[in-house]
Design a protein around this ligand. Structure first.
Ligand code: HEM
Length: 260
């Protein structure tokens, strides 16, 4: 995974006293598509996503992830000051929400409710609120400006610290696959690996690549070197038969069965 991933806001949480202490996220000029914009990893956590525009026709976008049935709560706010509060609704940025299955909604401006945000000591106006049950997956939020203006899109209601990332989502690290695994091995294959730089051994008709175990063995490297390139069953059993720790250490080095 490339390090294109940046955790932007983890601890900039404002506190939990107010139902409106949304965690701030600033959209930047390169956030022109949902894929380029930030991703709110849990859309139920309260975020305040801010975007500002210099002129008509500019785009800013972001994404938010939800689980099926999560509360999707979106509010459209503007500052209660010029130029925004003097703009007609038709000149304010348009917000289009697209669900993971591709259903789009354009937020309608249905109110102009004053709201004082005590943390930032800022006067806002609510213009629209949208509530729905979320589909599972990533929603995209696309803002398109129609004049010089700025908006705040509040998403989520849970007052806990949230995570915001840019770029691709972190993918689980794939399990490393051994490069040498084959269906089975012959005793000849084993005989060819009889040194400290390639040490294979057979124990109970299973083939093990013990190369990396040589320096790690608690009982010393010599004991393992002694098994390289041959059937080590009796030496192993003489020391460790019935013991679970050596058996579980051994299992890490299994590469395949000995050919019948
Ligand atoms: C592939 C073969 C082997 C594996 C995977 C293996 C694994 C282990 C492990 C995991 C331990 C630590 C056990 C514990 O403390 O719980 C151990 C200790 C030991 N092993 Fe082995 N072993 C192998 C072969 C041998 C052989 C052939 C000998 C004898 C010639 C031997 C002699 C010892 C001795 C003496 C200890 C005790 C060291 C100590 O506790 O200070 N091992 N081995």
């Amino acid at each position: 995974m490339k390090r294109a991933l940046a955790i932007l806001l983890l601890l900039t949480f404002f506190g939990s006293a107010s139902a409106n202490a949304h965690q701030p996220v600033e959209l930047i000029s390169t956030d022109t598509t949902a894929a380029k914009g930030p991703l709110l990893l849990d859309g139920t956590v309260s975020f305040a996503v801010r975007a500002s525009f210099n002129k008509a026709g500019e785009k800013r976008a972001f994404r938010a992830d939800f689980k099926a049935g999560d509360a999707l709560a979106v509010q459209y706010l503007i500052l209660d000051k010029k130029p925004e509060n003097a703009l007609k609704n038709t000149l304010l940025p348009q917000l289009v929400l697209t669900s993971p299955s591709g259903k789009s909604v354009t937020l309608k401006f249905t109110e102009r409710t004053k709201f004082f945000e005590p943390y930032g000591k800022t006067n806002y106006l609510y213009l629209s609120r949208y509530n729905a049950k979320a589909e599972a997956g990533t929603y995209s939020f696309m803002l398109t400006s129609r004049a010089k203006s700025a908006v705040t899109i509040a998403v989520g209601e849970r007052e806990v610290p949230g995570e915001v990332i840019r770029g691709a989502k972190p993918t689980p690290t794939p399990t490393p696959t051994p490069t040498t695994t084959k269906a089975s091995y012959t005793m000849d294959d084993v005989k060819k690996r009889s040194t400290s730089s390639a040490c294979w051994s057979v124990i109970d008709r299973n083939v093990y690549d013990l190369t990396k175990w040589i320096p790690a063995h608690r009982g010393g490297p010599q004991a393992i070197l002694f098994l390289c390139g041959k059937d080590g069953t009796s030496a192993y059993k003489a020391q460790h038969e019935g013991a679970s720790t050596p058996m579980s250490a051994l299992s890490n080095y299994f590469i395949g069965p000995l050919t019948p």
